[in-house]
Write a protein that binds this ligand. Structure first.
Ligand code: ADP
Ligand code: F6P
Length: 472
């Protein structure tokens, strides 16, 4: 196997296989924040990406994607059930998101998590050139840094967690908490989305492992592990350029026409996941329709909720409930040719998503808890004329940066309704002032700045391919 100077290791590869209309398989970019952030960053660098291609059975032979080498890691049906759907998405995911659903604990899931992390560590060890950098991503692979260090002590190892890292009282519920913390400590640098997460981690390491720890650094024997907050971002210039493209503008105009040229368009774009607050938002919307504060004659809501982790029971239940809710609201308030809600569960390509963002007068992003939420940042980046109001949950990582959004607590139904009305009724001047400030922030804090700050903290910026760490 050819080896690379930079290897990204993530549970999922940036491409998914899907069936083309002629029956052949084609590859398309997989939806999700991690891929949206890292894929544009690595393009045309001599990097490799180690991950799962979806499905079960042997890993397929994969083409390079934009010059990046793809290494598939195979998962069996049992791995999928016990590692991905089990420990990753039914133990860690709910626990890390404030336990908004009950985390489950099963010994079989932990065994699968260890086994699959070992497989990823071996694949990364084979893909990295001597002295190279391996950048491990997210909660599915928390043991990989420690396992990889044993296999390849010559490597620099970074770890970045895309989701929240919970306070000690929640993390302490995990039966194998010490092993999970120890696994992460195999890295040279552990990055989080927010300073609070780094603080939670340091507290836990001191309490569970008895190691000397501050929010910036932890001593592990002879080694020093650095810790820090690196809020992830989008490729602001690229998204803005797409938004300014005449073809996208024309598509947005057509979409608005197809919607019946309403006065106001509200948009939400989520993976179908119980952390995203979809039910709460629809409930608030129904009450606004019932009270007459919002009328279908002049306002339309588009809810995009792409199917995600379909076999996780809580997501199945959520999908049934959301689809029932949408049907009920359309039945009660819709009129012939004028549904109250346009509900779309398909994956879209980037151009179509950006056209949707361009149509939205109000973007409602109201998760109950979210590590960052890149949809909010993508929306802001597309508002090149400083129009558009962002309604944003205080519990999204993005709220720490996009303070000029209309901020709401999604658990507070009345507050959610008032926030939505405030965003719908805001003056163009207020909207423009807020949007200008948020766009300015995203111009200076894009995905390239994120990579530079992480890689210089890891002290490898100088030794990596120029495009990844170049300024400007
Ligand atoms: P998460 O990491 O939980 O998936 P984020 O909001 O950070 O949430 O990222 C979601 C990413 O997935 C965004 O980049 C968004 O553009 C993309 N996405 C969301 N819905 C779709 C869809 N229907 N089709 C294609 N991409 C989507
Ligand atoms: O950000 C959280 C995350 O798990 C990412 O790792 C991933 O991009 C996204 O959600 C989508 O999830 P999945 O890979 O399970 O479809």
């Amino acid at each position: 196997m050819r080896q690379s100077p930079l290897v990204v290791v993530a549970n999922r590869l940036p491409i998914d296989d899907s069936m083309a209309p002629d029956g052949a398989f084609e590859w398309r970019r997989s939806p999700g924040g991690l891929v949206s952030a890292l894929h544009p960053l690595l393009r045309h660098t001599p990097a490799a990406w180690v991950g799962w291609a979806g499905g079960t059975g042997p890993a397929p032979d994969l083409p390079d994607v934009d010059g990046v080498r793809m290494h598939g890691v195979p998962l069996t049906a049992e791995d999928l059930r016990d590692h991905y759907e089990g420990f990753a998405n039914s133990t860690l995911w709910p626990l890390y998101h404030d336990a908004v659903e009950q985390p489950e604990h099963h010994r079989r899931w932990w065994e699968a998590y260890q086994r699959v992390n070992q497989r990823f560590a071996e694949a990364a060890a084979a893909a990295a050139e001597p002295g190279g950098l391996v950048w491990v991503q997210d909660y599915h692979l928390q043991l990989v840094p420690g396992l990889l260090r044993k296999l390849r002590p010559d490597l620099r190892i970074g770890f970045f967690l895309h989701v929240p890292f919970p306070p000690p009282e929640l993390f302490m519920q995990l039966p194998r908490r010490a092993e999970l913390l120890g696994g992460m400590l195999g890295a040279d640098l552990i990055g989080f989305q927010r300073a609070q997460a780094a603080h939670n981690f340091a507290q836990l390491v001191a309490k569970v492992l008895g190691l000397p720890a501050t929010d910036r650094s932890i001593s592990v024997g002879e080694r020093e592990v650095r810790v820090g907050a690196f809020p992830i971002a989008v490729d602001t210039a690229e998204v803005a350029a797409l938004a300014a493209d005449p073809g996208v503008a024309e598509r947005a105009r057509r979409l608005r026409q197809d919607l019946g040229d309403p006065e106001r368009v509200i948009l939400s774009v989520d993976r179908m996941d119980y952390t995203k607050g979809i039910e709460q938002r629809l409930k608030a919307y129904r009450e606004l329709l019932a009270s007459g504060d919002v009328k279908v004659q002049d306002t339309v809501l588009i809810q995009v909720a792409v199917r995600s982790r379909d076999r996780v029971a809580q997501n199945q239940i959520l999908r049934d409930r959301v689809e029932h809710q949408v049907g009920r609201i359309n039945g009660e308030f819709g009129r012939v040719g004028e549904p109250a809600i346009h509900y779309l569960s398909q994956p879209f390509d980037r151009t179509e998503l950006v056209a949707l963002y361009r149509v939205a007068d109000v973007m409602a992003v109201t998760p109950l808890r979210d590590g960052m939420n890149l949809v909010a940042k993508e929306y802001v980046a597309t508002r090149v004329d400083d129009t558009g109001a962002l309604l944003l949950s205080e519990f999204a990582g993005a709220a720490a940066e996009l303070e000029q959004a209309y901020l709401v607590n999604p658990h507070d139904l009345e507050g959610l309704k008032q926030g939505l009305l405030a965003a719908l009724r805001a003056t163009p001047e207020d909207v423009a002032t807020r949007m200008r400030g948020m766009r300015e922030h995203l111009r200076g804090n894009d995905i390239h700045a994120w990579a530079r700050s992480y890689l210089s903290a890891l002290d490898v910026a100088g030794s990596l391919p120029g495009r990844l760490t170049a300024t400007g």
